[in-house]
Design a protein. Structure first.
Ligand SMILES: Cc1cc2nc3c(=O)[nH]c(=O)nc-3n(C[C@H](O)[C@H](O)[C@H](O)COP(=O)(O)OP(=O)(O)OC[C@H]3O[C@@H](n4cnc5c(N)ncnc54)[C@H](O)[C@@H]3O)c2cc1C
Ligand SMILES: Cc1cc2nc3c(=O)[nH]c(=O)nc-3n(C[C@H](O)[C@H](O)[C@H](O)COP(=O)(O)OP(=O)(O)OC[C@H]3O[C@@H](n4cnc5c(N)ncnc54)[C@H](O)[C@@H]3O)c2cc1C
Lengths: 364, 407
């Protein structure tokens, strides 16, 4: 059976950063991703990143991905692409399908950095072709250069909804409206202002009633909500759209961690059920680590820091760092992580992450 | 304090079937289940109500009687238990298997089972998906299937309708005796006075047995199963293989390779939706309910050697369940004389779905009338706990990798 020291599942910002850090320490690293190209969400992020300077704010997401990829290559990380991991079995053995064949890989440490998946909404007509996740639409335009539709309704005003709306316009689509069920816009003001300036109406306290069409989306009916989130009769409005993009949050992709037997805790601000981990990103199963959106949906910058943390800690546990060096490196990362989790948007996540760590201590 | 004539421990298919029969007879009954209905083995198994897989003898006799009761259940329960009588084939892959199956079939016929051997062409006519490399098969039109979860649920609802009480999410923690007789059952939410306790806890039966000083020879025998995406009609009726029969009754004859160690034998069926259910293994690994990569690969490889089209179907899920296994593969049924009022109804191995109906009837008659009715004509000594009096239970447990009692 194929073996390695550290196997990392998912080559997004968390997985790539983890690979770089662990390989730098000297460990033999194998990175697996189901896609044909590594980078996770990064390669569709053509916009300039927000955040602090030390987290490359102002740099476009895909450039960060290119930089990380270059480093993994230079450090000799083994990257297995088109390799979907479908199970974690006894003795830290991963099973994956690559190029249509079944393979097994036995590792001494496993880092799960599988990211998150988009949430869906159910409404009459939600299974019609033309209803899709906003992230999927973003992959179509920015990675595959295919326009998913010409007339778009965006549902959800978080950063994903705002950014993808703008990028769809840049790609040549018309965004008819952006609707939000809450009474206020969810994402950053700068992003919202940008699409307002471009003439896209944003309707708050509004949701979808139904999608129209028989073979594909031919229109949509929206209606307003009262303070109790109940539809107000008579407020229905029909919009002429051929595509409905859903940007209604992400949920951690936790199946592999459940299957391995990691213990979980429920923290809604992080996306629901998240694996419990300690300050080293190690789960309740010795030698199995998690990093990035799977531990709670945040951002690429925090995903990268968590990846580095898991990289340093897993390398340390294999003897590649002495305790003092590892502690110094981990302290530095934690400082950066804490500074990322500040401000009006970071504060809630900071508290949620503390809860997650507390759950670990309570178990111990 | 609550009181009830009978307390049944376990809300699996066996406990619910007994509850249903007792309810119909109007006997005050209370079922205690630590999790939920069909959360144990009855929710992690296949759907076969098979006759061909039963050893000619009391095993097959019980199954024949049980299967006869299913059409009535399908009619009288409010839940559709998806009972179907569509026959089953047991595929034969080589000469050795042919010889063994020939004898098996002969003995089964004598007990009244309608079963015959088919040559390769006859088998492939009946089941076109079969590989060209098989030698033949058996076929019985009498074999059936039922949805195990709906069956358990249907019996639970039926029992409730007849006045049986259920406490779900409630765990039995002890049993009190008075002058050697059953007095009450203690649970994590109170005590229930009763005359009879029925131990219908499947693989957990030894833990309950210890509460009254009995050492019950039941160990978990793990079975792993694979579910595929839905595909157009591929498998007609049930499909097993001769290795399955050997793995069940004489695993030592399978040899010593990896497939043999895992006890791989084919149990294949297709659901209404089109998903294939591909089983399975027979392994002694204590209470470990996880699946293993090795076993899943072995199951698929073996299945594809019989139905090659399986190679092109996507797997979407896998799971494992624990069969309650006794030294002779037969269930333990009936009152235990050393502990008057304590009634065993566990150890159905891979046959609990098929045997649930007859078990419900037997145990309800033991409680209501003191013994099963004469027209059933069942030799209860062959099913008693007493038949294992010369078995070294601790040795049996340890030699089957069972070193602990489930809590
Ligand atoms: C529209 C949008 C805009 C964003 N903008 C910003 C921003 O401006 N700034 C910022 O900091 N963050 C931003 N983010 C968030 C950021 O992209 C994510 O937080 C980050 O990508 C999470 O990194 P990750 O490595 O945990 O997961 P991902 O990037 O999702 O990577 C996970 C990878 O694992 C693979 N994978 C999953 N399961 C398996 C498996 N079983 N086998 C093999 N491979 C598997 C996936 O295919 C994927 O490639 C944005 C997100 C979106 C959707
Ligand atoms: C892979 C596999 C395939 C199978 N295929 C078939 C098939 O095709 N046909 C067939 O006939 N059979 C099949 N079987 C066998 C069948 O599933 C079992 O024989 C049957 O389910 C056993 O039922 P039971 O009610 O005895 O046990 P269970 O369903 O396990 O019920 C016992 C219950 O007792 C409860 N319990 C335990 N301890 C306590 C306590 N202290 N307090 C309260 N409650 C407690 C448990 O929670 C559990 O719900 C298969 C089994 C497996 C594993």
């Amino acid at each position: 059976m194929k073996t390695t020291e550290i196997a990392i599942i998912g080559a997004g910002p968390a997985g790539l950063s983890c690979a770089v850090e662990a390989a730098k320490a000297g460990a033999k690293v194998t990175l697996l991703d189901e896609n044909l190209k590594p980078g996770g969400q990064l390669f569709k992020q053509i916009h300039k990143f927000f955040g602090s300077r030390e987290h490359q704010a102002g740099t476009r997401g895909f450039r960060i991905g290119e930089q990380l990829l270059k480093e993994t290559e230079e450090l000799g990380v083994e990257v297995l692409l088109n390799a979907a991991v479908y199970g974690i079995y006894e003795n830290k053995t991963l099973a994956y399908v690559k190029d249509g064949k079944d393979h097994a890989l036995r590792a001494e440490r496993i880092v799960i950095a599988a990211g998150a998946s988009e949430n869906a909404l159910s409404f009459p007509g939600c299974t019609l072709p033309g209803v899709m996740g906003a992230g999927a639409a973003q992959t179509m335009i920015n990675v595959h250069r295919v326009l998913p539709g010409k007339k778009i309704l965006m549902v959800g005003s978080g950063n994903v909804g705002l950014i993808v709306s703008y990028q769809l316009m840049q790609a040549g689509a018309e965004v008819k409206a952006l609707i939000e069920a809450a009474p206020q816009i969810g994402g950053y003001g700068v992003h919202a202002a940008k699409i307002r300036r471009a003439g896209v109406p944003i309707y708050v306290s509004t949701t979808i009633k139904e999608a129209l069409g028989t073979e594909a989306v031919e229109g949509v009916v929206i209606h307003s909500l009262d303070e109790k989130w109940q539809p107000i009769p008579g407020t229905e409005r029909t919009l002429d759209v051929d595509t409905i993009c859903l940007a209604v949050g992400l949920s951690p992709l936790t199946e592999l961690a459940w299957m391995a037997g990691c213990e979980f805790t429920f923290i809604p601000p992080l996306g629901g059920h998240v694996p419990i981990h300690d300050e080293n990103m190690e789960t309740t199963l010795p030698g199995i680590y998690v990093a990035g959106d799977i531990t709670g949906v945040e951002e690429a910058s925090s995903a990268m820091e968590e990846g580095r943390l898991a990289g340093v800690a897993s390398a340390e546990s294999l003897g590649y760092y002495d305790e003092d060096t590892a502690k110094r490196l981990k302290d530095e990362i934690w400082q950066r992580l804490n500074s990322l989790r500040t401000g009006p948007f970071g504060e809630g996540r900071f508290k949620a992450k503390i809860k997650q760590l507390q759950a670990r201590r309570q178990l111990a | 304090m609550q009181t009830s004539d009978v307390v049944i421990i376990g809300g699996g298919v066996v406990g619910c079937s007994i509850a249903y029969h007792l309810g119909k007879r109007g006997i005050p009954t209370h079922v205690i289940e630590k999790d939920d209905i069909a959360m144990g083995t009855s929710g992690a198994c296949d759907k076969a109500v098979l006759l061909q897989s039963k050893n000619p003898g009391i095993h097959l006799e019980l199954a024949l009687k049980s299967v006869k009761m299913f059409p009535e259940l399908q009619k009288s329960l409010d839940t559709d238990i998806e009972f179907l009588n569509h026959g089953c084939m047991i595929v034969i892959q080589n000469e050795n298997q042919w010889k063994v199956m020939e004898g098996f079939v002969e003995r089964q016929k004598k007990l009244g089972l309608d079963v015959k051997l088919l040559d390769k062409n006859e088998a492939r006519d009946r089941q076109p998906a079969l590989s060209e490399d098989i030698l033949g098969s058996t076929y019985s039109p009498m074999d059936c299937e039922a949805n195990p979860i709906y069956l358990t649920l249907g019996l639970y609802r039926g029992a409730k309708k007849h006045g049986v009480k259920f406490s779900l999410g409630t765990k039995v923690t002890g049993i009190k005796l008075e002058k050697g007789r059953i007095k009450s059952v203690e649970t994590d939410s109170g005590e229930i006075l009763c005359k009879y306790v029925v131990n219908a806890t499947g693989v957990y039966a030894p833990t309950i047995g210890r509460m009254v000083g009995l050492n019950i020879p039941i160990v978990p025998r793990r079975g792993q199963i694979i579910i595929t995406e839905p595909v157009p009609k591929l498998i007609h009726g049930g499909l097993n293989c001769a290795r399955y029969i050997t793995a069940k009754f004489r695993p030592e004859l399978l040899g010593t390779d990896e497939m043999a160690k895992l006890g791989v034998g084919l149990a294949l069926g297709q659901t209404e939706n089109g998903n294939l259910l591909i089983g399975g293994t027979r392994e002694f690994v204590g209470f470990n309910k996880t699946t293993t990569h090795k076993a899943l690969k072995a199951i698929l490889k073996h299945a594809a050697s019989i139905v090659p089209a399986i190679k092109n179907v996507h797997v979407i899920r896998s799971f494992a369940g624990l069969r309650p296994y006794t030294p002779d593969g037969l269930p333990i049924l009936g009152e235990v004389p050393e502990v008057p009022g304590f009634i065993m109804a566990a150890g159905h191995e891979g046959d609990g779905i098929a045997l649930s109906a007859i078990t419900g009837r037997i145990i309800s008659e033991v409680i209501a009338d003191g013994k099963p009715s004469d027209d059933l004509n069942i030799d209860m000594t062959k099913l008693s706990l007493d038949r294992f009096k010369n078995v070294d239970v601790n040795e049996f447990r340890e030699s089957h990798n069972c070193y602990s009692f489930a809590s």
